[in-house]
Design a protein around this ligand. Structure first.
Ligand SMILES: Nc1nc2c(c(=O)[nH]1)N[C@H]1C(S)=C(S)[C@@H](COP(=O)(O)O)O[C@H]1N2
Ligand SMILES: [Mo]
Length: 438
């Protein structure tokens, strides 16, 4: 395989069907997504994954086998363990699926998505840290220190999932720019703080209020103090939900520096970008917020589906709200060997933006048939739900386990890539892992 030096992702990113032919000699049809592995191609893929592939005839075209697509090279960021670094300026790092196995995501395994330069940790005094509340639709603008917020308002603790809108971007064809997240820009820690709505109740919201937005203390990468790295918001009804928190703690401890210490907004179910870190200002707006990364193609998708690669006029782009249904297989890790005489216990989590997950199914034959998994209820709204199942295999060989969740409105995850969009958001295609059955 002389093209291996180019990297299999690079090859597939350019044209997955051409790559299929180049790597495996597999003629595949983009429309039906069927792959026709010729004898030599099958031999090549079998050699690459290290075993025969009993369901090879069902494997879609243009798909890198999970055994080759997923790597978990480690990277060290203080307080973090095993994350995969995608960018170091700004820092962006995701979590391999098997490190998201805990019911409650530990701090060391929560992804990092920075748009700018975080405030220096050394300069942060957590008690004196102040958050202003204002904006044209605030009745009585005022400020609270973290100590005042803690003293004045009732504390709440919820497990809330956080997922970057660009999670899964690395699968879009044609490729879209930005951090090439695979599946690990998601986590579900337990957050403690006060309700944004309790504070806004004291501040007062004028009748013309439309949006509530945040500003943080991080600075623009250019160093220009007049520029914001990011400032996003949500409609008033979303800001006022019980679970929208101004949080100072994660899993009972200070929030890690890279995740927004000492204060952040957690507004679950929507793209992670609405959960402002290093929070120092909340504004109540009389219009849809127009801060950095609210406009243009940022965190927006075409209001109606478009052909892959299309240029979409700005007035036909809609702001992303609730995130789509999604799931992960967090155990076992991809690539394990398994004894065919035994059943394999598998498990993971599923979540569905503002909705609940109604059921989860798993497949070992590239989605031809599905078996229902056991699914738990969420501990609270916006917490991910745990699922588990036992699967048996008909023979030895290379298998993939796919997982598919369905939300309470009956919408299921797509098995392969959903609607293409210019910035590569909302890829909720089924997660899959490789298993070598021996
Ligand atoms: N101030 C500030 N808040 C921010 C960001 C940022 O760069 N600066 N990134 C946003 C994005 S795009 C996401 S996905 C989440 C990531 O949160 P995490 O880094 O704690 O995982 O924070 C959001 N809040
Ligand atoms: Mo994000």
């Amino acid at each position: 395989m002389s093209d291996k030096e180019r990297g299999i992702h690079e090859l597939y990113a350019n044209n997955p069907y051409e790559a299929d032919e180049l790597v495996w000699g597999r003629k595949s049809n983009p429309l039906t997504r069927r792959g026709f592995l010729k004898n030599s191609g099958l031999t090549a893929m079998t050699a690459a994954v290290g075993a025969s592939i009993p369901f090879a005839h069902l494997m879609p075209g243009g798909l890198i086998p999970a055994a080759l697509a997923q790597s978990d090279e480690g990277f060290q960021i203080p307080g973090k363990e095993g994350l995969i670094i995608l960018n170091d300026r700004p820092v962006n790092a995701e979590t391999p699926a098997h490190l998201l196995d805990d019911d409650i995501t530990p701090a060391k395994h929560l992804f990092i998505r920075n748009n700018g330069t975080p405030p220096s940790n050394a300069n942060i005094n957590p008690d004196l840290w102040t958050c202003e509340f204002g904006g044209e639709s605030a009745k009585t603008p005022q400020s609270f220190t973290v100590a005042e917020l803690k003293k004045r308002f009732k504390h709440y603790t919820y497990q809330l999932q956080l997922e970057c809108g660009g999670n899964g971007r690395n699968e879009f064809v044609p490729p879209t720019s930005g951090n090439q997240w695979s599946i690990g820009a998601v986590g579900c820690p337990e957050w403690t703080g006060v309700r944004l709505k309790d504070v806004l109740d004291v501040v007062g919201i004028k009748k013309d209020a439309v949006y509530v937005a945040y500003y943080g203390a991080d600075t623009h990468l250019s160093g220009d103090p007049k520029k914001e790295p990011i400032s996003r918001g949500v409609p008033v009804y979303k800001a006022l939900e019980d679970e929208t928190l101004i949080a100072w703690a994660m899993n009972g401890e200070d929030i890690p520096h890279m995740n927004g210490y000492p204060l952040r907004l957690v507004c679950a179910g929507w793209p992670g970008s609405v959960s402002g870190k290093w929070l120092n200002r909340i504004v109540v707006r009389n219009q849809v917020h127009d801060g950095e990364k609210m406009t243009g193609t940022s965190y927006r998708v075409p209001c109606k589906p478009v052909a892959p690669g299309s240029e979409v006029p700005e007035d036909q782009m809609c702001i992303i709200e609730s995130m789509p249904v999604k799931s992960l297989i967090t155990h076992p890790a991809s690539g394990i060997e398994h004894d065919r005489a035994k059943k394999l216990a598998i498990r993971g989590h599923a979540w569905a933006g503002d909705l609940d997950v109604k059921n989860v199914h798993v497949s070992i034959d590239f989605g031809a048939t599905w078996q229902k998994a056991h699914l738990e209820a969420p501990v609270n709204r916006f917490a991910w739900q745990h699922w588990k199942s036992n699967v048996g295999f008909p023979s030895a060989g290379y298998f993939e386990i796919w997982v598919r969740a369905t939300d309470s409105a009956g919408r299921a995850q797509p098995m392969v890539l959903p609607g293409w969009n210019p910035k590569g958001y909302l890829n909720n295609a089924c997660h899959r892992i490789a298993v070598q059955v021996v």
